[in-house]
Write a protein that binds this ligand. Structure first.
Ligand SMILES: [Zn+2]
Length: 345
């Protein structure tokens, strides 16, 4: 019993002196008011501090249900990761995907000054690829074989939880235009060729190791007749002679990322992106061969090619790169920060 005084002193010491030393800080003096100001920081936060992290609610226009639903930020991110990237991908790629998805939605959120989904008024994002593909947990679980569904979902949650609240920033602000795509085909694209705006972090970079991706190289073959039908659908006023096609198609200019920038067909000029959609190609990185019967497109990659290549990220993950290295490779000059830290600025 005679030790009681000793224990009381010890407890007193731990409560008062340790925080003084730890929180008082060098050079600020060991003044008690400093401690009081610092310890209960949640008590003296002004009420207009933006709600952060798990408090953030996302208004998602559920395309299948035809209505806006409200989700916690992290639940929304999990639904995007599960819909946008194969669960078989490396965990570091899934983490990078979670951070990209979280950044995209925050930059779009109306409550955070974003402009929301342009297809649905009042929604921050839609559940379609127009914004980011999203699936509810129930929908997602049903799409996997029952024996692997739960372990798959746990892997998605591991990627989301281990990067909770992390976003991509540029100059201390949430990166406005975080883009990603399936397969770059070896080199990503500068945003100005695809979206018409420039961002220092959306420049063309090498994307090695993608050769194993299913859409690294694809071919599309169509008859000359079909080619002409499609180009006339794109531009009804075009003058083109089906019998002399080889002399009437010329790629004029390539982008920095190796995609077709401008192409002359018949008497008109098109962008590579126009031709991609008109001919049903997986990307604008194509070459054309014309023989006596057919037009053959050889296409590299899948998607617009801007920002992070998902297959490239997977391959980097398999080679030992972390999510941090993957993101900083595809988005030049960015930092990864916690939302709390960014929104306070
Ligand atoms: Zn949308």
């Amino acid at each position: 019993m005679k030790h009681i005084g000793y224990y009381i002193f010890l407890i007193f010491f731990l409560i008062i002196f340790i925080p003084v030393v730890v929180l008082g800080g060098v050079g600020e003096g060991l003044k008690l008011p400093v401690i009081i100001n610092r310890i209960p920081s949640f008590l003296n936060q002004p009420e207009d501090v933006k709600k952060v992290d798990s408090d953030i609610k996302v208004k998602v226009y559920d395309v299948k249900k035809g209505k806006i639903i409200e989700l916690n930020l992290e639940d929304y991110v999990a639904g995007v990761v599960s819909a946008e990237m194969p669960v078989s991908f490396h965990i570091e790629a899934l983490k990078a995907q979670a951070i990209a998805a979280r950044t995209f939605v925050l930059a779009n959120m109306i409550s955070q000054g974003g402009s929301g989904c342009s297809k649905c008024k009042g929604a921050d994002v839609c559940s379609d690829v127009h914004c980011q593909a999203w699936l509810s947990k129930e929908e997602r679980l049903k799409l996997w074989a029952p024996e692997v569904a739960l372990s798959n979902w746990n892997k998605i949650m591991e990627a989301v939880n281990s990067t909770k609240g992390l976003v991509i920033t540029y100059n201390g602000q949430i990166a406005k235009h975080v883009k990603y795509h399936s397969t770059s085909g070896g080199k990503t694209e500068d945003s100005r060729y695809v979206f018409g705006y420039q961002e220092p972090y959306l420049v063309s970079v090498e994307s090695p190791y993608e050769e194993e991706a299913p859409n690294y190289i694809t071919t599309v073959v169509m008859t000359k007749q079909e080619f002409v039908r499609r180009i006339k659908q794109l531009s009804p006023s075009i003058k083109i002679d089906e019998k002399k096609l080889a002399n009437q198609i010329k790629i004029l200019d390539w982008t920095e990322g190796g995609r077709v920038n401008k192409i002359k067909i018949g008497d008109q000029e098109f962008t590579g992106i126009d031709i991609r959609w008109a001919m049903g190609l997986k990307s604008a990185a194509f070459s054309i061969k014309i023989d006596s019967k057919n037009v053959t497109f050889t296409v590299k990659g899948y998607g617009h090619g801007v920002g992070m290549s998902q297959w490239g990220a997977n391959e980097m993950g398999k080679r030992g790169y972390t999510y941090n290295q993957i993101i900083k490779h595809y988005f030049k000059g960015v930092e990864i920060k916690n939302i709390d830290e960014v929104l306070k600025n």
